[in-house]
Design a protein. Sequence first.
Length: 274
Amino acid sequence: MLRVEDLPDPVDAPEAQGPLSSDEVERWELCKRSFEQYQQAWWVAARALDISLRGRLWRAEYDTAEAFIGDVAGMSTSNAYRQIAGAEVAAVLASPPRFELESNDLSRMRDSAEVRDPEPEQDPEPEPLVISQRAAEALTRVREDYGATAAADTYRTVAEVTGKDKVSQKTITGIVQQLPRKKDAELSEDELKERVRTLAVKQTEKEAAEKEAATDPVEVFRKYVAIVEAFAEKTGGMSAAYEKAAGVDKAKADEIAKQVRDHMARAAENFPDV
């Protein structure tokens, strides 16, 4: 595991271009190892939490599991268990199984010199993927209904459709929220994958349209108008809020009111001359 002291000192190279030098290659490889280590840190730590909680290993130094979680992870017990559940999905994505488990008897037969079955053809192993903590939590409904492997397959399907190695929480949430719960409509493995694939295409198109709208000058201006409209609707409430605040501390209420007045004056100065 890389430590901070294992990393080289930064070197400023604002005009650097072209292929990396041998020294730069070495520094770049160290940085990439650090990126990967950081990306995996959350779920590796969550797995360690799971091991410690299941085996009650915390009892060696703590009186309660809650005290252990708060001290080591700095989070609530409920949040810790959410991370542990998400880590199960992350582990499947990071280390896809190489083969299906077989019985002990069959394993012994395969190890025997008397048995020489040809190796069965296998599908190519899926590439390992990294998932963020929030994206893993967004898959909770799929994991609860169909298990961690199905949740990992859902993420992998979305990654294939979007062409991204790492899919955002927003994308995953938009897709998962449209999937039926198992109690309402149970889907087979193939049906689940096909439904996810269809929704991923639609979600990708939706996000692309939103991104385009966000860069449209007219739409950008329209958003400012919406902010002004929302403020205007609340001015009545603001007046009432001032009266109540002034009844408690008029000097403080007047100070806040002056801040509002200054903001309004600045807004008026910037209002388009139309």
